[in-house]
Design a protein around this ligand. Structure first.
Ligand code: PHE
Length: 360
């Protein structure tokens, strides 16, 4: 009689002292497992005289139940304690400053930053970004853009040619982003509304020209887009890019084979000390070429010029970047001077957004 209570007390106290789930499991097995002490008592019931069997059996069962309950309670208590311990030790202090690493050392080149800014502005006006290869064929860079083989514009653009191929044709480094107009129209159905930022190449080098530079092309094609839209889009773009309320533009008649009519656009600016103010002032600066897409270009991609029309423009990004961020010499852009990049470059975290301010 007292044996069984002694045993129960002992087991209960060892349950109480168990330090972890593994220890608890050991106790359970040694008491209630196949060869456990309480299970052994249970087996002994059958050997008792019949009049003792019932009450002893009930006692052993009571002990079992008490142990089961104690084990379950201890298990929950241990699990809770383990969780509390983890919560207390595995905290992350999100108010700590960002750890400085290689990411904060690196700089985004001002040209890349400007391309992001430009994309952001045009995305807001419903344009998507299109791309084309830097190495172009004659058709996309010239012919489809209404520049036939004997056209003087082929000389004007100081093209870098690759060696002749077996069939006599030569690939070129694209001289402008306009071939992306063709590639886009070849693969997409109108209405079209894209910009195409990228590298272009011309055999030319001095303080304001580098053999590789950057343009962003714009193209809008549908049934009724007209020059008023072109003017509005350019004005909105320039105001957003230079972060000014007013940009005065001057459209000068010009000639591009792929637009008709064609125009060059100047914007007003002024210098005060070392600063250049954009939008107003008494000087004009040429910043882009544009016009209504020439019917021959539409025909070259299989569009019907009696049904479709639109405008295109090409802006020099390097010039815009120089103006916006006050960098005096174009050649520095490409001299890979880390000191220059540290000074004029942007943090990777300075992602330009219209809401957050494009100037970063
Ligand atoms: N491709 C022209 C250039 O490089 C710019 C331009 C683009 C003009 C689109 C009109 C329309 O000078």
């Amino acid at each position: 009689m007292s044996d069984i209570h002694e045993l129960e007390k002992q087991i209960l106290s060892s349950i109480n002292e168990a330090g972890d789930l593994a220890a608890l499991e050991k106790i359970r097995v040694s008491a209630l497992g196949k060869k456990g002490s309480v299970s052994a008592l249970m087996k002994g019931v059958g050997k008792l005289p019949p009049d003792e069997r019932k009450s002893f059996g009930q006692q052993v069962n009571g002990v079992r139940q008490a142990l089961d309950k104690a084990l379950a309670e201890k298990k929950t208590a241990l699990a809770d304690a383990a969780l509390a311990e983890r919560l207390a030790t595995e905290t992350a202090d999100i108010s700590l400053p960002v750890r400085m690493g290689p990411l904060s050392e690196g700089r985004v080149h001002p040209i890349s930053q400007c391309m992001e800014e430009i994309s952001e502005i045009f995305a807001d006006m419903g344009f998507s970004v299109a791309e084309g290869p830097d190495i172009e064929d004659d058709f996309h860079n010239f012919t489809a853009l209404n520049i036939p083989a004997d056209h003087p514009a082929r000389q004007e653009q100081d093209t870098f040619y690759f060696p002749k191929r077996a069939d006599g044709s030569r690939l070129v480094l694209r001289t402008h982003t306009s071939p992306v107009q063709i590639r886009t129209m070849e693969t997409q159905k109108p209405p079209i509304r894209i910009i195409a930022p990228g590298r272009v190449y011309r055999c030319d080098s001095d303080q304001t020209h580098t053999p590789m530079f950057h343009q962003v092309e714009g193209l809008v094609i549908d049934e009724e887009t007209h020059m008023g839209h072109l003017k509005w889009v350019l004005e909105e773009f320039l105001k957003a890019f230079f972060e000014v309320d007013e940009v005065q533009m001057r459209f000068r008649a010009n000639h591009f084979p792929f637009t008709e009519p064609s125009m060059e656009v100047d914007i007003r600016y002024e210098r005060s000390g070392r600063e250049v103010r954009i939008g107003t002032g008494d000087q004009w600066m040429e910043i882009l070429g544009c016009g209504m897409v020439h019917p021959n270009v539409l025909k070259a991609v299989g569009y019907d010029p009696d049904q479709l029309q639109g405008f295109a423009f090409g802006v020099g990004i390097d010039r815009l970047a120089m103006l916006k961020y006050g960098m005096p010499d174009l050649r520095d852009f490409f001299s890979a001077d880390l000191r220059w990049l540290k000074h004029y470059g942007f943090s990777v975290l300075d992602v330009p957004t219209l809401a957050g301010g494009l100037g970063a």
